[in-house]
Ligand binder design. Structure first.
Ligand SMILES: C[S@@+](CC[C@H](N)C(=O)[O-])C[C@H]1O[C@@H](n2cnc3c(N)ncnc32)[C@H](O)[C@@H]1O
Length: 199
């Protein structure tokens, strides 16, 4: 089964093979969300899985949230946990085929590392295309060596800088200090900003 397919991910949710699932939002991302003052900004959460960050943002009063996952199962889980979450803002779709936006902020959490590395350049271009001018892509990347075996697929700050800097200003790219214990020392928190005029 291909890694980047609905069957592959749905099957993992159905058989409980979801070792990445933290059962709650990443502290680095809730800390980032907590300092956002404008709750009307348009936020995309791609490859969101059970979408604990979307739940956190929704409960904090953010309204313009769009949650995408290629598998329907985790989106149904979010809806069961938060029945008030608007169904129309839950999109069971392939991120690369999604034609929405623009967004002011896209939050990344273990989506990039789940993709076959051959899709990385396309991920960068798609993110840039989905953001409004001045929009931000923020989140967590793993910082362990990239291997052929995955997911998760790793990478380094130098690799991420090289990949994203043709499109984004690298505002922050540093070791996360508030990772959960099993990920401590292996995560980079980042904020990449699109220039006012896209390239
Ligand atoms: C490792 S999980 C991370 C889920 C969630 N972000 C988290 O941290 O718990 C990767 C997620 O990306 C989704 N996914 C993989 N490829 C995708 C694609 N092309 N489009 C949308 N979602 C995708 C999977 O279904 C899965 O939920």
């Amino acid at each position: 089964m291909k890694i980047n397919s609905e069957d592959y991910w749905s099957e993992r949710y159905r058989n409980g093979s979801t070792g990445w699932d933290m059962g709650g939002p990443a502290p680095a991302l809730t800390a980032y969300a907590d300092q956002l003052t404008d709750k009307s900004i348009r936020i995309l959460l791609p490859g969101a899985g059970r979408a604990y960050e979307a739940e956190y943002l929704f409960r904090a009063g953010f309204t313009a949230l769009t949650v995408i996952d290629i598998a329907a199962e985790p989106l149904a889980d979010l809806k069961a946990r938060v029945p008030e979450f608007p169904e129309s803002q839950l999109i069971p779709a392939d991120f690369f085929e999604f034609q929405g936006g623009p967004f002011d902020l896209i939050l990344e959490h273990t989506f990039f590392c789940a993709l076959p590395p051959a899709l990385r350049s396309e991920y960068v271009r798609k993110m840039a295309a989905l953001l409004a001018p001045d929009g931000k892509l923020a989140g967590l990347f793993f910082s362990f060596p990239l291997t052929e075996q995955g997911p998760p697929f790793g990478g380094s700050a130098a690799e991420y800088r090289a990949l994203f800097s043709p499109y984004f200003e690298i505002k922050t790219l540093e070791q996360a200090t508030n990772s959960i214990p099993p990920r401590m020392g292996n995560e980079l928190f980042f904020i990449f900003e699109l220039p006012e005029q896209q390239l």
